[in-house]
Design a protein around this ligand. Structure first.
Ligand code: SF4
Length: 421
């Protein structure tokens, strides 16, 4: 359960996938305080089993290329370690020390601070008399009968919470603090390993399409399921022409324009792609949606040279980038109204907020796609380009007359989700 050395051998990819997905589900439920609701296969989580190790090391590999995923995973993984430690039997504890010492023979750098600390702590607590004391009845919750020390910088969380006393650059570890120190070392050890393997992990994922697929799968699972607003979005390539009626005017405009001229300028494409992604469109649908349009000859007035066939790699890379699967693997968020309202400096840019920067005829045309003529006339009279979000909220209210609540529009995505709810 203190993972230092990855297992070797061959295993089917579908088993790897199961080890990873079941582990993720379990640690999330543990984090939420309801591990009893776990519906997966506990076989994949049996402590010290090969499956247990595979689940851990594959997740470590995948998390090492994304800070966001790492932050999510390490908190839950450490909680799993702590839970196991809380229920550990004396003989299992002894085996844990021996296992860490045995695995630590693999350390290339035995004098590195974290490695040396791990060896020192396990050597100390596995000494016959010390071990006998820590599993005896005399050893209470606050026992300070025995003690050792570690460098203070190796257990920063415990120092910060003032859980250990300091003396000349060392943190004093009383026997009652053993589990807390092990937990802290677990976190520090993995964090350090992840930093070391970052570039090699990136290379491995670039070379192995199966791991890349798994990364995408868990990334969407974690970040879409944990953001309830994303969970509700349901845009697909198939339903987009119907779903567009629920989009705010800025995004309706981009969809209509794309369908008409089959091209969008860079920022319009960027913002619209992110809106679709956060609105629930899956990667495969996004690729097919853009491919369909960019495979058609453009009918815009510019000399656009973009074409799916000749730029396929570039387009694929760019869409995957928006989904956090390439380059910095950043999880880009869809734009806010503020960004939409201030991003129209280029003459090529056809996006922006219609309530702020479109001429009255274009705005009128857009409004008339959803509203009857008298509503359009009345609305246009009451609009002000100075307050586009208020205008957008008025438009929303006309479309949702049954909803008496006032709404403040902050982003196209929020508008869309409010529409479909
Ligand atoms: Fe889009 Fe926001 Fe403008 Fe509404 S106010 S049209 S959501 S940018």
């Amino acid at each position: 359960m203190f993972y230092i050395k990855p297992p070797t051998g061959k295993i089917s990819f579908h088993i790897i996938e199961k080890c990873v997905l079941d582990r993720l589900e379990y640690i999330q439920l543990l984090y939420e305080g309801k591990p009893h609701e776990f519906n997966g296969d506990l076989e994949y989580l049996l402590e010290n089993s090969v499956y247990d190790k595979i689940g851990h090391f594959i997740l470590r590999l995948l998390a090492s290329i994304s800070q966001e995923l790492f932050n999510y995973w390490i908190v839950r993984e450490t909680l799993l370690f702590q839970t196991r430690l809380n229920y550990i039997l004396p003989r299992q504890l002894y085996r844990l020390f021996k296992s860490i010492l045995h695995q630590s023979e693999e350390f290339k750098d035995k004098k590195g601070l974290i490695n040396k600390t791990l060896i020192d702590i396990c050597s100390f607590f596995s000494k016959p008399l010390v071990f006998k004391h820590i599993v005896s009845k005399n050893h209470t919750k606050n026992c300070n009968f025995l003690r050792t020390k570690v460098r203070y910088e190796i257990v920063p969380d415990l120092i910060k919470k003032r859980k250990l006393d300091l003396n000349a650059g060392y943190a004093i570890v009383y026997c009652s603090k053993l589990k807390e120190v092990l937990k802290s070392l677990f976190y520090t050890h993995i964090s350090k390993e992840v930093i070391c393997m970052k570039s090699i992990a990136q290379h491995t994922l670039n070379q192995d399409i199966r791991l890349d697929y798994l990364y995408y799968k868990i990334h969407s699972k974690v970040f879409q399921e944990n953001q309830t607003f994303i969970k509700q979005g349901c845009i697909t390539k198939e339903n987009i022409d119907i779903e567009v009626k629920n989009f705010p005017l800025c995004m309706q405009h981009l969809h209509i324009r794309l369908r008409r001229v089959h091209r969008l300028s860079h920022y319009a494409r960027f913002y619209y792609s992110l809106f679709l992604k956060d609105g629930g469109m899956q990667l495969e649908d996004a690729i097919n949606y853009w491919k369909e349009e960019y495979s058609k000859p453009h009918s815009c007035s510019s000399n656009c040279l973009h074409n799916w066939k000749s730029n396929e790699r570039k387009f694929m890379y760019s869409i995957r980038h928006f989904y956090g699967l390439e380059g910095s693997r950043k999880n880009y968020k869809s734009p806010t109204c503020e960004l939409m309202c201030t991003s129209s400096s280029s003459t090529m840019y056809e996006g922006g907020c219609p309530f702020k920067s479109f001429d009255v005829n274009t705005l009128k045309h857009l409004l008339s796609l959803s509203l009857a003529n008298d509503h359009v006339t009345n609305l246009l009279k009451s609009l002000s380009p100075e307050t586009p979000q208020t205008s957008c909220a008025k438009f929303f209210k006309i479309l949702n007359q049954n909803n008496s609540n006032d709404i403040v529009i902050n982003s196209p995505l929020q508008y869309y989700l409010a529409m479909i709810n």
